[in-house]
Design a protein around this ligand. Structure first.
Ligand code: ATP
Ligand code: MG
Ligand code: MG
Ligand code: MG
Length: 339
């Protein structure tokens, strides 16, 4: 019997288009002799699109308006063996869709409500990882109301971290809404931008030097494995949206040229983080390696990382001997595994 898979893509976050790219790759790769795959694109308004509109959105790369309310469509998810929620960012990677699927009793690829919600929120992630003893940059929290009512307290918090610093919406990805702030004059604009996208914002001290950016893939449920370590190199001040998604702006190096002890430490810290955050299925764990000081700092955990055939996560497992189509098959198996 073929397994029936519902592939969710698009979604309401700033990473809608990135998700559509990932979904096209997964659709092509799930072996048709084993899987019967139905894609459903979720519009930017959060509506689940019927088949013809879904196809149009996948082809054109942009979702039209229209579609059905989530709850109406969720009922028709019945009869699927598993769901692949290939959604990035809020309302997809943050436990909301995972909660809906849990209530509906349908197995799904990736982390559950807890792991998804905590990992999506950069502040909660930092708190959990700090209590697990995992090294990270210094940081501070700010909420929108505070920024509106007592901006000076937020400015003081930033000054205490020192410049340059990074300002980020707590719940987003693809560098959307992130600014590198070099001096106090640039702070207000960066906070306004981040608060236009999220109620909670994180201020992060910048690493002591421009860091090397190294990433590792984790695959599994309660006995997860780590991939080789990969490195991203790019010619930009930091890894912003444009650098991420403009062809030829960044290059991937797998395995990353690192001393063996450093690569081993990255893998072991990543596995510890995966467990501490109660992740499942997959995650891409990103680190800063400050070569000048030898510091290794965990930056973030992405529970639904970019998933095109040329994205880092699939490339890391390809280097470990698991090709793209075997990887997506494995992810569905993990979704169906008893835990
Ligand atoms: P993703 O697309 O991987 O989900 P994201 O939107 O969650 O990314 P971050 O990874 O937190 O964003 O930050 C984006 C980039 O900004 C990093 O890859 C790095 O280049 C730079 N950066 C962020 N925080 C810091 C920091 N504290 N010190 C130095 N560089 C940083
Ligand atoms: Mg991220
Ligand atoms: Mg992300
Ligand atoms: Mg990142």
């Amino acid at each position: 019997m073929k397994k029936r898979i519902l592939l969710l893509a698009g979604g309401q976050s700033g990473e809608h288009e990135v998700s559509l790219m990932s979904a096209r790759s997964v659709l092509n790769a799930l072996p048709r002799d084993q899987f019967d795959v139905t894609p459903v694109v979720i519009s930017k308004q959060g509506r689940w699109l019927p088949p013809t509109e879904t196809q149009r959105a996948l082809d054109s790369g942009e979702a039209p308006t229209g579609g059905d309310l989530v709850l109406h469509r969720a009922a028709s998810a019945e009869g699927y063996d598993a769901v692949f929620p290939l959604l990035h960012g809020p309302m997809g990677e943050d436990g909301t869709v995972q909660g809906l699927l849990t209530l509906a009793g349908i197995p799904f690829v990736g982390s559950g409500v807890l792991g998804s919600a905590v990992s999506m929120d950069k502040i909660m992630t930092k708190q959990v990882l700090a209590s697990a003893g995992i090294p990270q940059v210094a940081w501070a929290l700010a909420v929108r109301r505070e920024w509106q009512a007592q901006p000076d307290t937020v400015r003081e918090r930033a000054a205490a971290l020192g410049y340059p610093l990074f300002v980020k919406p707590a719940n987003l990805g693809s560098s959307v809404g992130i600014s590198k702030v070099s001096s106090a004059e640039e702070l207000d604009g960066a906070l306004d931008l981040a608060f236009s996208l999220d109620r909670r914002v994180i201020l992060e001290a910048m690493t002591a030097h421009k860091p090397r950016e190294v990433e590792v893939g984790i695959l599994g449920n309660d006995a997860p494995i780590a991939s080789p370590v990969g490195e991203l190199r790019f010619d930009a001040d930091f890894y912003d949206y444009e650098t991420k998604y403009t062809e030829g702006r960044a290059s991937m190096h797998i395995p990353a040229p690192l001393p063996t002890e450093v690569a081993d430490q990255i893998r072991s810290l990543a596995l510890r983080a995966f467990r501490a955050l109660d992740c499942a299925g997959l995650a891409r764990v990103d680190f800063f390696y400050v070569e000048e000081t030898g510091e290794l700092l965990l930056n973030e955990v992405n529970t639904m990382p970019g998933f095109t055939t040329t994205s880092m996560y699939p490339k890391l497992f390809e280097a470990a001997g698991l090709n793209y189509s075997a990887l997506v098959t494995r992810l569905v198996e993990l979704a169906l595994e008893e835990r």
